[in-house]
Design a protein around this ligand. Structure first.
Ligand code: AMP
Length: 488
């Protein structure tokens, strides 16, 4: 997280303590965390009483006396302490995980303790067909929901060994994951389509260098798994490739194949069928009517009560939980996933993108509003629209179209590139590099309806070089023409 994003989370969560490390490493580069954390706490109205730092010896740290504590020396002091088990209600929150929505303010997804444990234990058995003593390797980051559920809690609840790996799939070379599989006899592996697409661009011989015969299956989630990618990794590994669809909010798969119960055939392009516990409905966006026929496109909803493990509420904001998730589909109280989907005659589902302004960049969920707010805080930006544009490697990338407050200096490529660079730097600083738009184009006016509503879908279509569809409500046709000329 960049300091701005972290500050808004600290302010919302109001933690009494923050645990962090001096730095992480990414692609061979050290990323110092302490300066980001110090800046975030300075920006936040809430100040945590204590900060516990793990010093990995990667980057120097400034210490704030009284607030900052060194993990190693505290550990030394308390090494022989006996800490009794803390018994909590099953509904006691186990954690909150922030996720993006349609407003700039991130939502704290609150999870319980008992239900989550039950759900994960059931998923280890029914989805992963896992046994105690086997080895699970999820390549996610522990800071994301997959990391919580399937690096930490799920495998440990099931009595498995879990592998935590910090680094890219291509360093020191594209064989690093498979060398881990060979070395630790990994039985279950969990990753994301983007990572597979990255590997697909490397020399395929890396996949043949190691003995991966311990592997039973590879599960992929977090973004749509396209058929060519699924086929490629399936041919290369010769194990079942199992797509699964879920969200930070649910904590475990909504759609997948429960091969631990009965073996089912994978259909590439589909994350499978509704998992036990989820009453998945495809409904009409404007009437809320259930679409029961095969291949009818609608919003993917879940009938309450949600199964164990799913979010309890939005942290300290029950009203936001109800209004956001349960009231977006007219005429009925139904949980909305905010994804479009269809179900075929055999019960296999296909996910067709988001119904809201959330985009998915390399499996990372980002709200375009958050990026817009960050860009709009640049002194020379009057107005901006950010859309997700299809990308071969990352699934989607963010693309920004901005109107400058003072466009008089923007008549040269050099001037435009300079402002574009400044805007990108600002997003990096406030939200983090993952949110940085691939391009910031400067336009005279954004495409809007006569009533002033931004024509987001038309903008996205043009940016993807598709037909923008019906434009009868558009105010100024020149606006889209300029976008067309810019994206080429
Ligand atoms: P997150 O909460 O970051 O895990 O993002 C959840 C969103 O990612 C979902 O609402 C979908 O839009 C997308 N997503 C997750 N898994 C899949 C999948 N297997 N296929 C298609 N989209 C997915």
């Amino acid at each position: 997280f960049a300091s701005g994003s972290l500050a808004s989370r600290i302010e919302d969560a109001e933690p009494v303590a923050v645990v962090s490390a001096d730095a992480g490493s990414r692609g061979g580069k050290v990323v110092p965390y302490k300066p980001l954390l110090d800046e975030a706490i300075a920006l936040s109205a809430h100040k945590p009483a204590a900060v516990l730092m793990v010093n990995r010896g990667l980057a120097p740290m400034d210490w704030q006396a009284g607030r900052d504590h060194d993990w190693a020396s505290l550990r030394e002091q308390h090494l022989n302490a006996s800490v009794p088990c803390e018994w909590v209600e099953s509904t006691h929150p186990s954690y909150t995980l922030y996720t993006s929505g349609t407003t700039g303010k991130p939502k704290g997804v609150q999870r319980d303790t008992g239900g989550y444990t039950v759900a994960l234990a059931a998923s280890m058995k029914h989805i992963f067909d896992a046994q105690a003593g086997q080895t699970y390797f999820a390549t996610s980051d522990i800071g994301w929901v997959v990391g919580h559920s399937y690096i930490i809690y799920g495998p440990l609840i099931a009595g498995m060994t879990t592998i935590m790996y910090e680094g890219l799939p291509t360093r020191p070379d594209a064989g690093v994951w498979w060398s881990i599989v060979e070395k630790y006899k990994v039985t279950h592996m969990f990753s994301a389509p983007t990572a597979v697409r990255v590997l697909k661009k490397q020399d395929p011989s890396w996949l043949k260098k190691y003995d991966v015969s311990s592997l039973k299956a590879l599960w992929l989630a977090g973004e749509p798994l396209d058929e060519p990618t699924a086929q490629w990794i399936s041919d290369a590994l010769a194990v079942p490739i199992i797509d699964n669809y879920w969200q930070t909010e649910t904590g475990w798969p909504i759609l997948t194949l429960a091969n631990g119960v009965e073996q089912q055939t994978t259909r590439f392009g589909s994350p499978g069928k509704a998992m036990y516990g989820y009453a998945v409905k495809i409904v009409d966006e404007s009437t809320g009517e259930e679409l029961t026929g095969p291949n009818q496109k609608g919003v993917v909803g879940i009938e309450g009560p949600l199964p164990p493990g799913c979010m309890q509420t939005v942290w300290r904001d029950d009203a936001r939980f109800v209004n956001t998730y349960w009231k977006s589909i007219p005429g009925r109280l139904l949980y909305s996933t905010f994804d479009w989907g269809i179900r075929d005659a055999d019960g296999y589902h296909f996910i067709l993108g988001r119904t809201d302004d959330v985009i998915n960049v390399a499996g990372h969920r980002l709200g375009t509003r958050e990026i817009e707010e960050s860009i709009a805080s640049h002194p020379n930006i009057a107005e901006v629209a950010v859309v997700g544009v299809a990308d071969q490697l990352k699934g989607q990338v963010a693309m920004a179209f901005a109107v400058a407050k003072d466009a008089s200096g923007l008549d040269s490529d050099a001037a435009r590139l300079k402002l574009e660079g400044e805007v990108m730097k600002q997003v990096d600083h406030q939200l983090g590099a993952v949110a940085r738009p691939s391009r910031v184009y400067f336009v005279n006016v954004l495409p809007k309806t006569r009533s002033g509503k931004l024509l987001r879908r038309a903008l996205q279509a043009v940016a993807e070089r598709r037909d923008p569809g019906d434009l009868t409500t558009m105010d100024d046709p020149a606006a889209l023409q300029q976008v067309k000329d810019l994206v080429g």
